[in-house]
Design a binder for this molecule. Sequence first.
Ligand code: CA
Length: 235
Amino acid sequence: MKTGKPENKTMRILIVEDEPSIANFVRDGLEEEGYAVDVADNGKQGLQLALDYIEEYDVILLDWMLPGLSGIEICRNIRNKNKTVPVIFLTAKDTVDDAVFGLETGANDYIRKPFSFEELLARIRVHMRKGESQTIIFSAAEIEMNIEKHTVSKNDHLVELTQKEFSLLEYFLRNKGKVCRRTGIIEKVWDIHFDYDTSVIDVYINTLRKKLDAPGKPSLIKTVRGVGYKIEEEE
Ligand code: CA
């Protein structure tokens, strides 16, 4: 992975969320992406962490309804102390009036539950990018993926991918050399709430292979029988 930012600076994210299943799901996913993650499960602890380490956080994810202090109160406190740290709300469906939200909280964005991890990650990246320029490029064989430009090229020719195909390929490239299990793929590329009919993966693998592979050559995306898929690390 090539990146435009200093190698030694790990991005740090604070999650304030009282629902353990969501907090764990988001934390695990973000840690897998290489972020450092702190979790608070109530409003008071969340505000404490946010204010104690305000300069350390690159993004703060705030649940709306929290025991102790609400997400709104936390956000106002954060804004009083730090004008720029991106704050993204995780809101239950229909609890928020969009217009009021933007005006009153000082947050940068919000995402409605249930959300897919992929969607959350995309939002986080957008807001981090506004802070500093970051170019991440993944490659395997003749394939190159530019995360910032959201492009994929093969031998320097652009390949058109749908959003889902792009996300699936990104997942494989980020895990290059590792076997990606079918359930992991579903959780990370589709949705934690997906009903686990993993045959949808095969459909997308087929179209990706058609777009990326040369006829008669071994596929970039290897099938690991009974388990999942992987893209090999180059020798
Ligand atoms: Ca909550």
